[in-house]
Ligand binder design. Structure first.
Ligand SMILES: O=C(O)C(=O)C[C@H](O)[C@H](O)CO
Length: 412
């Protein structure tokens, strides 16, 4: 097997792309625990409802931090490849280390995609390390508190996602029994009226079927819950406009990702054409990518995914940019408790947090991955006051749920 940590570094002699402590002439003699150095980085992939990538950063101070990279293949090898750029560095220089990795990996694709999500996992782990070294919760490192708990919305599924009454029954059940006051359904579900899946056009009977789902679910919960609807980048600009306009008379919290994610001019046209609030953002990377959504006000709500977009500080920066346009943030999230808690810390620290997604209510063992209980109660996530992310990994549970062929990272 290729050892990614030993790959050639073709940029080694280009110091403009190297922000290491050595190149920058930064002293690591700061006093006490603040003299710490990174000694290792390891990952373990967990077979959750998404393949979750947990990332551990080890230090010579005996403190280890855990982060999470947005799910899927590839990140593990990229993190291994970046390890030599981190070992020996002071873990407290989070901003510089983020930029160092972006610069070192620029030739390998750090504008967007897997490299950015891999860096995000490390960046979250660095916040956990820094919080533990400095004895403060992570929210303190990204600006302090606007709120003690973050509102969480639950992403819902039914066995028959195309049946409006099944969706309505599940909405009622989750709101009544689990206490959520905010939920989301998929609206890119087959209605039986499609003629061609590839052309992105919505026929009128398809729109009517989507309206039926929206009507049934919003009426089922009334004013007990806000209901959002996700389209997963499925439709043409014209179809998205017709759908959004048809939904205007219903109490829709937001319509998410109605058009493909690459063309923000089309996105803007759709958003401006309707009073239905439009949320977009999970496919857009780093603050630079989000800028092209935010500056033209192409969205009503921005939905960055923290373990994908660049991590905790990057999400804070995106939230600040959004706030300049009075745009709220509803963080997309399909992570394990690690990525979810990192998102919650940032949600507590930004003024414009609307809600944070929870996407694992059907899994049964989501919370077993950590020692702490009741992370989400009555649709709220309380922010722990313990150092770092405030979570303790349950190594036995992680080992039980590892992806086949994976090895467990070291405890210390
Ligand atoms: O819950 C959402 O908002 C999603 O979009 C879910 C996942 O991100 C999506 O299925 C990824 O392929």
């Amino acid at each position: 097997m290729v050892d990614h940590a030993k790959l050639r570094d073709p940029n080694a002699e280009y110091t403009m792309r190297d922000l290491s402590a050595e190149t920058m002439g930064i002293s690591n003699e700061r006093g006490g625990v603040r003299d710490a150095e990174i000694t290792d980085v390891q990952t373990t992939m967990v077979d959750g409802n998404y393949p979750w990538i947990l990332v551990r950063v080890y230090t010579d101070a005996g403190v280890v931090g855990t982060g999470e990279s947005y799910w899927g293949g590839g990140d593990t090898a990229i993190i291994e490849r970046m390890k030599p750029f981190l070992v020996g560095e002071n873990p407290l220089d989070i901003d510089r280390l983020y930029e160092h990795l972006i610069q070192k990996m620029s030739g390998e694709g750090s504008i967007s995609g897997k490299v950015v999500s891999a860096i995000s996992g490390i960046e979250i782990a660095l916040h956990d390390v820094a919080g533990k070294l400095l004895d403060v919760p992570a929210y303190q490192l990204v600006g302090g508190k606007y709120r003690d708990e973050v509102r969480v919305y639950c992403d819902l599924h039914t066995e028959n996602e195309a049946d409006p009454q099944a969706c309505a029954a599940e909405a009622e059940r989750v709101v009544e029994n689990l206490g959520y006051d905010a939920i989301k359904f998929d609206l890119d579900v087959p209605s039986g009226h499609e003629k061609d899946r590839a052309n992105r056009h919505l026929r009128n009977p398809e729109i009517d079927h989507k309206v039926d789902i929206v009507e049934a679910t919003t009426e089922a919960v009334g004013d007990k819950a806000d209901v959002a609807f996700d389209c997963h980048w499925s439709f043409t600009g014209g179809s998205a406009k017709r759908l959004a306009n048809a939904l205007e008379e219903y109490d829709v919290w937001w319509l998410e990702d109605p058009v493909p994610p690459e063309n923000h001019e089309v996105q803007k046209e759709v958003t401006k054409s309707t009073t239905t609030p439009i949320a977009v953002g999970e496919n857009v990377y780093r603050k630079h990518g989000q800028r092209t959504l935010l500056q033209p006000q192409a969205v009503d709500i921005v939905a960055p995914d923290l373990p994908r977009v660049g991590g905790m500080r990057e999400t804070r920066k995106i939230a600040d940019l959004a706030d300049m346009y009075y745009i709220p943030v509803a963080m997309h999230n399909v992570s394990s408790p690690i990525g979810t808690m990192a998102s919650a810390h940032v949600g507590a620290a930004i003024p414009n947090s609307l809600a944070l997604e929870y996407h694992s209510y059907e899994l049964g063992w989501w919370e077993d991955l950590v020692e702490e209980d009741d992370l989400i109660e009555e649709g709220r996530m309380e922010i722990p006051e313990e150092p770092g992310l405030g979570l303790t990994l349950n190594f036995d549970a992680i080992e039980d749920h590892m992806v086949e062929g994976e090895t467990l990272f070291d405890e210390s």
